[in-house]
Ligand binder design. Structure first.
Ligand SMILES: [Ca+2]
Ligand SMILES: [Ca+2]
Ligand SMILES: [Ca+2]
Length: 488
């Protein structure tokens, strides 16, 4: 019985219409999990960028120069469909939709058949309509047009500040992002940010009256070392801002387009301010401060949005694999072909962890398990899954799984997938291969948000699992017969 730390630091979150979700019950004989964060719902674990980001507090008032956005003050709110579609269109080519099918019983007994995450979508029925409604959108900013009402730009220089540039968009449908540099230089041609610059991009005030949950989500890439930094912050007076900041090279995630990284700031658990939902006036800000450090391209941000909901966030499960024995009553590790090709399945390993010493790895368990800490690569012909469930999404108005991962596997052949199912037989989700080891969440880990209310499927309408009483989650790894690597 070893301790288990996270490859997948997992957070399944739902927003509910006042009905308890089907949470798992802890076995009394086991040690309870340690507190994940300072927040009751553990949600802060996904917004802290491990050692690479630090909590900060800055004031806006000392900055002299205020520049209205040059493009005008069009206050039109961009038309958007659902929250899920934003993250889907921000994904890099390495992230592919997958669907698979088991020809047998639900996994709760044991899966029959072999999943194949290289397969296209199957023709099975999708769930019926659900009653849940979308969360309210407070703001969406893709930097494709005018910034619109509520946005203000501040800088200590009149010739350099945050402004849209025509490159490095995170949305596959867009072309622009925002960059804090000289107006006279072309960020798209590799211009570096000037020394001695401090510029803020502020949105607000906006109201969270009546909201019980809210979050700021955005994507960033960064190419500049400390002491220059990018900060994202929240305020309740428009002057004192609390948040996080980051420095360093984070522009090659291979998870989101153009090397972007995902950040989600839970406004019910803001640094320095605590819960700001219910407030009449809230601001958010992006701050860039350069230095005399080696010149570099600096940060780009894109696709920032704020969503609020009248209902509190409820965490179905927050799992670091730290203390609870594994597998347990909620998690199962499965070698789909049994002892064929050897018996190997997911288990913990004492290396490549995001934090602490342990990570989950797809080939550590079983009679033929191997150890990547000794330099072993994953075996060939592997099909191994880590499965959680069932849990209920009845009455959920939003539902998603935040998890952290890193991966290095043969591109196009050895795939790490995350899938969900409403019946234990048909599974839908995403998979990736190649190299995703440059994320900002510690030891190269990336944050991925698996939106259970919007699962893109090739050639079909996205799948929405909200309202489903029985939902399962799977992490799947498959390798072919050659060219093994570190794996996920
Ligand atoms: Ca954009
Ligand atoms: Ca096997
Ligand atoms: Ca291979």
């Amino acid at each position: 019985m070893t301790r288990h730390r996270a490859l997948v630091a997992l957070l399944i979150s739902v927003l509910l219409f006042g009905y308890p979700v089907n949470t798992r019950s802890d076995s009394p004989e086991k040690t309870p999990p340690p507190p994940l964060a300072s927040t009751p719902d553990g949600a802060a674990s996904a917004q802290q960028l491990s050692a690479s980001a630090q909590e900060v507090h800055y004031r806006l008032e000392d900055l002299p120069f205020h520049q209205a956005y040059p493009g005008g003050t069009d206050d039109a709110t961009p038309a958007v469909s659902t929250a899920g579609s934003w993250s889907a269109m921000a994904e890099a080519q390495a992230i592919q939709p997958v669907a698979t099918h088991f020809d047998g019983a639900r996994f709760v007994s044991m899966p029959d058949g072999t999943p194949d995450i290289s397969a296209g979508s199957d023709d099975s029925a999708t769930p019926g309509s659900v009653s849940a409604t979308a969360a309210a959108v407070v703001m969406v900013q893709d930097f494709e047009g005018t910034l619109g009402a509520g946005w203000n730009i501040y800088s200590n220089r009149a010739d350099a500040y945050w402004h849209p540039v025509n490159c490095l968009s995170v949305e596959s449908s867009g072309s622009h992002s925002a960059w804090p540099g000289l107006l006279a230089q072309d960020a798209c041609a590799g211009a570096v940010v000037p020394q001695g610059l401090e510029t803020w991009l502020v949105y607000g005030p906006f109201s969270l009256r009546g909201a019980q949950s809210a979050e700021l989500t955005f994507y960033f890439r960064n190419q500049i070392g400390a002491p220059a930094y990018l900060a994202w912050m929240v305020s309740t007076n428009g002057n004192d801002f609390w948040g996080y900041q980051i420095s360093g090279q984070y522009a090659n995630s291979n998870v989101y387009n153009n090397g972007y990284n995902l950040v989600s700031l839970n406004l019910a658990s803001a640094p320095g301010l605590g819960n700001v939902t219910g407030r009449d006036q809230v601001w958010i800000a992006f701050r860039f401060k350069s230095s005399t450090a080696t010149p570099d391209r600096g940060p780009f941000i894109d696709l920032a949005y704020i969503i609020k909901n009248d209902h509190p966030r409820q965490v179905v499960n927050s799992e670091n694999f730290d203390v609870r024995a594994f597998p347990n009553e909620s998690w199962a590790a499965v070698d789909f072909d049994g002892t064929v090709n050897g018996e190997t399945y997911w288990d913990d390993v004492a290396c490549y962890a995001r934090s602490g010493a342990w990570a989950m790895w797809p080939a550590a368990g079983g009679v033929n398990g191997v150890n990547p800490c000794n330099g072993d690569t994953y075996p060939p012909n592997l099909t191994t899954a880590l499965i959680y469930g069932p849990f209920s999404l009845r009455y959920a108005s939003r539902a998603w799984v935040d998890f952290m991962f890193r991966n290095r596997s043969e591109s196009g052949h050895d795939k790490f997938g995350w899938l969900a199912s409403y019946d234990g037989s048909n599974w839908y989700g995403r998979s990736t291969s190649g190299q995703q080891t440059s994320g900002p969440y510690g030891n190269g880990y990336n944050l991925y948000r698996f939106d259970l209310s919007y699962i893109p499927i090739s050639g079909r309408a996205p799948l929405d699992l909200r309202g489903q009483p029985t939902v399962y989650l799977m992490f799947l790894f498959q390798s072919d017969n050659a060219n093994s690597d570190q794996g996920p």
